[in-house]
Design a protein around this ligand. Sequence first.
Ligand code: FES
Ligand code: FES
Length: 215
Amino acid sequence: MANDRISTSITAEAAHQRAADLIAAVPSALAAFRCPLCNRDFGSYDALIAHYGAEHPTSVLPVTVTLDLNGKLCDLLIEPHWTLQRTLQFRLGLTGAKHMCDRGVCGSCTVIADGRPILACQVLAVELEDVKIQTVEGIAADPKWKPLIDAYCKWDAMQCGYCTPGFLVTAKALLDRNPHPSEQDCKEALAGNICICGTYPRHSQAILEAAMKIA
Ligand code: FES
Ligand code: FES
């Protein structure tokens, strides 16, 4: 039992540190404007546009977007049709918002936008300028939410873990708006999150325990 407690504590600490490192690694400014078609770097967006005109006249131009992500503003160069989930994963290395169904059904890609849980596979990154976005990495890096991570570890509310970030983000959004949820509140909040491993009962246990500690 003592060993179980030690390994749970190390896992939660490691998750916290890993999340903090990932957020620190998110660049705030573009170092260069790289052509995604031929990988040449340009010193300005105007130079990239000129390059497209000369070399790729029929291709869709990348666009610049500034996201407010986990409390940090970051400038990005992306394709205009990229979803937030794709942008997080492939531009920023933030893999917590999982790509699973890609059609708004499973909740694995959940992030928080201006306080509300949204599905990152269903929204374009370019639509989210001026929106405060929080990902599971931002939650894991915030000491306030350590009891939620600890409770998920303690109650073993995961098996393969693929769906777990989406559940955690939805749980955090629930506790933001309702610090003292009932079991029914937890079930209703998590109704849009699917777990093919069948861990459903453990999420409510974890959230209820975390709620007492956080409150
Ligand atoms: S991957 Fe977005 S809802 Fe399933
Ligand atoms: S723990 Fe495997 S999908 Fe949920």
